[in-house]
Design a protein around this ligand. Sequence first.
Ligand SMILES: Cc1cc2nc3c(=O)[nH]c(=O)nc-3n(C[C@H](O)[C@H](O)[C@H](O)COP(=O)(O)O)c2cc1C
Ligand SMILES: [Mn+2]
Length: 481
Amino acid sequence: MYSDLDDFITDLDRRKLLVRIAEPVSPDLEIAAVTDRACKSGGGGPALLFEKPAGFGMPVASNVFGSLERMCLALGVTTLDDLGREIEQLMTPPMPKGIMDALKLMPLVNRLSDLMPKTVSDAPCQEIVQRDGTLDDLPILTCWPQDGGRFITLPLVFTKDPETGMRNIGTYRMQVFDGRTTGMHWQRHKGGAQHHRIAERLGKRLEVAVALSPEPVLTYCATAPMPEGLDELLLGGFLARRRIEMVKCVTVGLEVPASAHIVLEGYVEPGERRREGPFGDHTGFYSQPDDYPVFHLTCVTRRKKPTYLTTIVGIPPMEDYYLGLASERIFLPLIRKTVPEIVDMHFPAEGIFHNLVIISIDKRYPGHARKIMHACWGLGQLMFSKVIVVVDKEVNVHDVSEVAWIVGTHVDPLRDVQMTKGPVDDLDDAADLPAYGGKMGIDATRKWASEGYTRTWPARIATSEAAGLKAAEIWSRVKGR
Ligand SMILES: Cc1cc2nc3c(=O)[nH]c(=O)nc-3n(C[C@H](O)[C@H](O)[C@H](O)COP(=O)(O)O)c2cc1C
Ligand SMILES: [Mn+2]
């Protein structure tokens, strides 16, 4: 497992999964444009290291998680499904039948007991401490022409619940207003916003620490839809297979990952808001300007030779698709603990996570598909799901073309569509009101007599086993010629 970003970049380089760009490229639109080209070059494209961002001495890395292979490397697995299976096992350990069986469980138990982060006193992220530090020293990008300014796009935002002290980490973009202040774009449904809500109720300043370019596992963890109140660092420890090393901040009462390259310490005042945006977002459109809390910088700490890690969001597919894919695989076994009838689930890149969710189920009773829709609308960030398509378990949810075929053939729109209303993603611009709008569930399962379907459901076409074997044999010969 990579101990820090440098380690990851070196390994990607060795595996020829990274392209170094030695000529000067401007952080103003150009780095984003090159990254966009890379993301659209098939399979996610290579990771990029801009060695000389024009006007800055600090290299910029982008798209480092932007392929299935690099996402797996970052999480230390061969396939994301391996990870899913591991978590499944963890959630359902076999009942030991004797002492030998119990011993076999020990590695699992060890892995769980070692999750807690640990505090260190000497950290690379504090090699240099700049109490008068400024954001102007960092190669923060302007991504798209109509953006309201420069945005930090891949920050790990650390806060603590002012009442309970529980930690949260989330990736929330930060628009640079000037060298010492930024916007803090935590949306109302997110962990950071909840801590801020409590701080405002108490009339207190909320301390915030922002880690940039940390060890790769943590960049993923900050984007993961962890249930509220569960520390993202536990997931980090599990994925890293070791305890995450944290260090106390210099000017605020928070800890940050020792491995980070750059840390921004500061606070958000109660009641303060400032216009943020527009921003070319992962919807593929510019999100509208809106009022958000303001982050005030109190101190910059950093390594002597930092790299600025960033990501570009825009018209899909982009790097965030692969971060989301990791969550899809990691959280499926956890979701199945509550909704075990779910067989598989997929968020196609075009659906930007919440716009289109495809779920296959082991259908057991009438109305089952609708139960699944409602469960999702009530479950964590799945509440944002705008269109949920439910199919029977033999349909491959990862094959969007198969799903489209099944929806077309299995659905009677008057009968099978479930409309409802509820909270929607802050980035949904189709809804009449911000964060509140419509949702649609499509029941594309085979309908049963007990659901009122009394005709005969047609059988899916497939040849006989014998003819199939013969065909395979003939085809392999024909193809071999
Ligand atoms: C590149 C990227 C940028 C993101 N930007 C934001 C953002 O600006 N605001 C936000 O609320 N969520 C943003 N997210 C999504 C959150 O990181 C995600 O919902 C996460 O689970 C939130 O964690 P939390 O539940 O601890 O708040 C972004 C995700 C990615 C991958
Ligand atoms: Mn959280």
